[in-house]
Design a binder for this molecule. Structure first.
Ligand code: CTP
Length: 395
């Protein structure tokens, strides 16, 4: 996803510097060309050898290094960067950048950077909350720096509070947003549903299905990375909220219907990837079971078909459904495409290995009225990308 992208990673002397190794490794796995500048203090915490082994590039730490491989290293490194991230960013580098101080390789290079910069402050809570640090951060925002909010939790100094370096996968998400794809969905409003729904049998038990939400969340991330304005209506899942998407949590099919209905007008693209429970216990059945303790009286009623309801009141939206089939995948999916009057349906078979619930991969077939595109097994991220690429071709 980051092939051909040049990422400059600045590492300063916070204890979280060791976590930057994981970040560098993840970026290399995404095929980025990662170049690292470390401060002298960062090298007290983690050796530059770690980053040289992970990235295959020499770590820069000295403006006057005659063996850097560059003619004027700080200018060349600044100009080559597509995006810059300083993680962890200490109070010291924040103060230097806010005041234009250039007294080492990192601070000097940063003055010459014109690419987008993400600063990830990580330090003791009191240092972070000090008015000087807060004033410096506020000033850096006015210079156009992106500040990634530190996480809260148990800090290395023994205190608890704000100041932790966020997990590497969260930091990678900012870089993917900045550099992974062209913004070919810019200006588009996209509504996505994800995850399962739950229908209560009583205050303790519920009916649900095996959906983990991975496909829907991959769709939301892909749309955000391509510049769309995204609303994600999600059933209960244990996935982190996608960056920059408006996430609307719901539990039941009725709540999902209401959330989709409330956001539907003004959307350009609606993708229903949620595994909505088709049935819920009728109230009377649930009450009867409670009274009698006899589960054989359980009666089910159909939930509202959200997709069909939206299709009936469509006013310009591109409507894409998902279908999960155990047999006759193409015939059943084609029938749903027609019955629900959709622009597209993405079919996947629950019987194929590497497709369906819980896996990180999927095997999808994209169907429209006159076109069938069978895709090989791929990651859910890649499948999501293929879905939006196909939608873009048809818009
Ligand atoms: N869907 C919906 N509301 C429901 C049930 C399904 O919006 N109450 C949507 C799903 O999110 C999916 C599409 O309809 O995008 C097809 O879902 P699926 O369960 O495969 O189809 P059903 O019409 O429910 O048919 P069946 O379960 O009988 O196969």
């Amino acid at each position: 996803m980051l092939k051909g992208k040049h990422i400059l990673l600045g590492i300063t002397g916070g204890i979280a510097a060791y976590k930057a190794a994981n970040l560098a490794s993840m970026l290399v796995k995404l095929h980025a060309d990662v170049h690292v500048i470390m401060t002298k203090n960062a090298q007290q915490i983690i050796s530059p050898v770690v980053f040289e082994a992970l990235t295959g590039n020499k770590v820069a730490d000295d403006v006057f290094d005659r063996n850097s491989g560059y003619q004027v290293a700080h200018i060349a490194m600044a100009q080559e960067a597509d995006v810059v991230m300083i993680a962890p960013a200490s109070a010291n580098i924040i103060a230097k950048l806010a005041n234009g101080i250039a007294d080492d390789m990192l601070s000097t290079t940063m003055l010459a950077v014109t690419a987008p910069v993400y600063l990830v402050p990580a330090m003791n809570t009191h240092m972070l909350e000090h008015p000087a640090t807060q004033a410096n951060i506020a000033r850096l925002k006015t210079y156009g720096y992106h500040i990634v909010e530190p996480a809260s939790g148990f800090l290395a100094c023994g205190d608890s509070g704000k100041g932790k370096l966020p997990e590497a996968d969260e930091l990678v998400e900012y870089l993917l947003y900045e550099a992974a794809y062209e913004k070919d969905l810019a200006g588009k409003k996209v509504l996505i549903t994800a995850g399962p729904t739950r229908e209560a049998l009583d205050p303790v038990r519920f009916l649900t299905n095996h959906s983990t939400g991975k496909m829907g969340y991959a769709l939301a991330k892909d749309a955000v990375r391509r510049g769309a304005e995204v609303v994600l209506v999600t059933g209960p899942v244990s996935l982190p909220a996608p960056l920059y998407a408006k996430t609307v949590p719901v539990t039941t099919a009725q709540e999902m219907y209401e959330a989709v209905n409330a956001h539907f007008d003004g959307m350009d693209i609606v993708v229903m990837s949620a595994a909505v429970a088709d049935y819920r216990p009728s109230h009377t059945a649930a009450e009867k079971i409670k009274k009698t303790g006899n589960a054989s009286v359980l009666e089910l009623e159909r939930t509202t078909d959200i997709l069909a309801s939206m299709s009936a009141r469509k006013n310009g939206q591109f409507l894409c459904g998902f279908s999960m089939e155990t047999e006759h995948m193409l015939e059943n999916s084609r029938a749903k495409l027609a019955k629900k009057n959709l622009d597209m349906i993405v079919a996947n078979s629950l019987r194929m290995e590497g497709a369906g619930f819980g896996t990180d991969t999927n095997i999808i077939t994209i169907l429209t009225k006159d076109h069938t595109q069978e895709l090989p097994k791929m990651s859910k991220d890649e499948a999501a990308h293929a879905v939006f690429s196909q939608i873009l071709r048809l818009l």
